[in-house]
Design a protein around this ligand. Structure first.
Ligand code: UD1
Length: 430
């Protein structure tokens, strides 16, 4: 079992360059299904999720080669339409093959990905959108089965600007007959990135980055080379880390504009923020001031930065109200923050955080990717040793997290500790 050990307190200082965005790269890989031939993606992060997505594509009939940050996908003319549960359960983003498969093959059978530790994650908007385009969709034995001779354009009003549903419908619409309009579409930079790649492939898309996407279907798309945008969540993690630890961090690889709300909140908390075209610098020379934060679809504060927002509030001077609006299970990690001495009370999707000058090091468990990173940052604001377990979660979103922390001067190490036998394992229940 690997653990990350943090020797606090410590401040982050220096420069980091972020890798390509996981949440973009995985969807771009799914988009490669839309054109037969050789798609090349660069700036792809080297993380397990990319390996799993590569395996999903291989099972569908593609040849996939990964070397460093480059992924080459050779898509055959005839694809299989079947994505199994053993892979889909490990990677929710694999549901994004549904739209491309359906529009190319007229048939897709994709395992239902189920929920997630950060909360229930429905598929109703994906399904309703594709059905409106003419697909017959059924659920059977844990699979979503979609069939259509050829999807047709229509107008789809999303109840909520879901990133996943926008992407699935968009990828189905680019090869549908006629014009599809997605109203209340997600505006995330990762959606814009997919639109850029699809447009280079020959798709006709208007309104990328706005709430209305208009897609004129085409008969054929061609494979392209595409560079993945930088990871704004990793960049935001360093921004909060700098502010929480009284640090000074310069981040390269992501336009500052992807993080406008987050950087503005840090300024309100007392940080000095300098913006560049490909990054930003965050300096904090005082204890952060309390600041209220609300997660929302882009351009709001990203839900993936919620743990960092709670971390900042936990050491800020004053009381902050933090509201989570996207996932119902995001607060699960708050028990772990309490172990570090954070003073947090939750009520529904609100958390009232009374800042403490210092947290207190303790053993804690990463409950998901972002919670894990947030706990490591909180450990930097704590006296003594914090050991974070279940770090496999962190590996899914932060390649070389420990090496990057160390390059910023953090006294952090990764250790492999033997699994201890559970002394209660043989006790029978009751
Ligand atoms: C979400 C984030 C995205 C982030 C990603 C990875 C938002 C809006 N989305 O995208 O920025 O990169 O996680 O952590 O912040 N929902 C339904 N029915 C559906 C689809 C979604 O009820 O058919 C609900 C979900 O349960 C959730 C919300 O809508 O509460 C947002 O879902 P969605 O944006 O689709 O999630 P992801 O694509 O995973």
């Amino acid at each position: 079992m690997d653990v990350i050990r943090v020797n606090g307190p410590a401040r982050l200082a220096g420069e980091v360059t972020v890798v390509g965005a996981k949440n973009s790269a995985l969807k771009l890989m799914a988009a490669a299904l839309l054109a037969s031939g050789r798609t090349e993606l660069t700036n792809v992060p080297q993380i397990t999720d990319v390996m799993i997505m590569a395996e999903v594509l291989r099972r569908l009939g593609c040849d996939v080669e990964i070397s460093g940050d480059r992924v080459v996908i050779d898509t055959p003319v005839e694809l299989s339409g079947h994505a199994d549960y053993d892979l889909v359960r490990r990677l929710r983003a694999s549901i994004n093959v549904l739209g491309p498969l359906l529009t190319r093959r007229g048939y897709a059978k994709v395992a239902h990905p189920g929920g997630d530790v950060i909360g229930t994650r429905g598929l109703d908007m994906h399904v309703a959108g594709l059905a409106r385009m003419g697909a017959r969709i059924t659920g059977e034995h844990g699979y979503v089965i979609a069939e259509a001779e050829r999807l047709h354009g229509t107008t789809i009003w999303l109840d909520f600007p879901s990133v996943g549903a926008t992407e699935n419908i968009l990828m189905a619409a680019v090869r549908a007959k006629g014009t599809t309009v997605i109203d209340n579409a997600a505006r995330e930079p990762e959606v814009v990135d997919i639109c850029a790649m699809l447009t280079a492939m020959g798709a006709k898309i208007e309104g990328a980055g706005t709430s209305t996407l208009t897609i004129h279907g085409v008969d054929e798309l061609r494979p392209v080379s595409h560079r993945t945008i930088g990871d704004r969540i990793i960049a935001g993690t360093w921004a909060f880390g700098a502010a929480m630890t009284g640090g000074d961090v310069t981040v390269h690889g992501v336009p500052a504009g992807y993080l406008d709300v987050a950087l503005d909140k840090l300024t309100t908390a007392g940080a000095q923020v300098d913006r560049f075209s490909d990054g930003f610098r965050v300096r904090m020379s005082q204890r952060p001031r309390a600041v209220d934060m609300v997660t929302l679809p882009y351009p709001g504060l990203a839900t993936d930065l919620l743990p960092m927002a709670i971390g900042l509030a936990s050491v800020a001077d004053g009381v902050s109200l933090i509201t989570e609006n996207v996932f119902d299970g995001r607060f699960m990690f708050i028990n772990e923050m309490s172990r570090l001495g954070a003073d947090i009370r939750t009520d529904g999707h609100h958390a009232v955080v009374r800042g403490r000058e210092r947290l207190s090091g303790a053993p804690v468990r990463a409950t998901d990717i972002r919670a894990g990173a947030g706990l490591v940052l909180a450990g930097l604001c704590a006296d003594g040793v914090t050991e974070v377990t279940d770090v496999a979660h962190i590996d899914r979103g932060y390649p070389d997290f420990v090496a990057q922390l160390r390059s910023l001067g953090a006294p952090v190490e990764r250790l492999t500790v033997p699994d201890e036998p559970d002394p209660f394992a043989r006790l029978s229940p009751g």
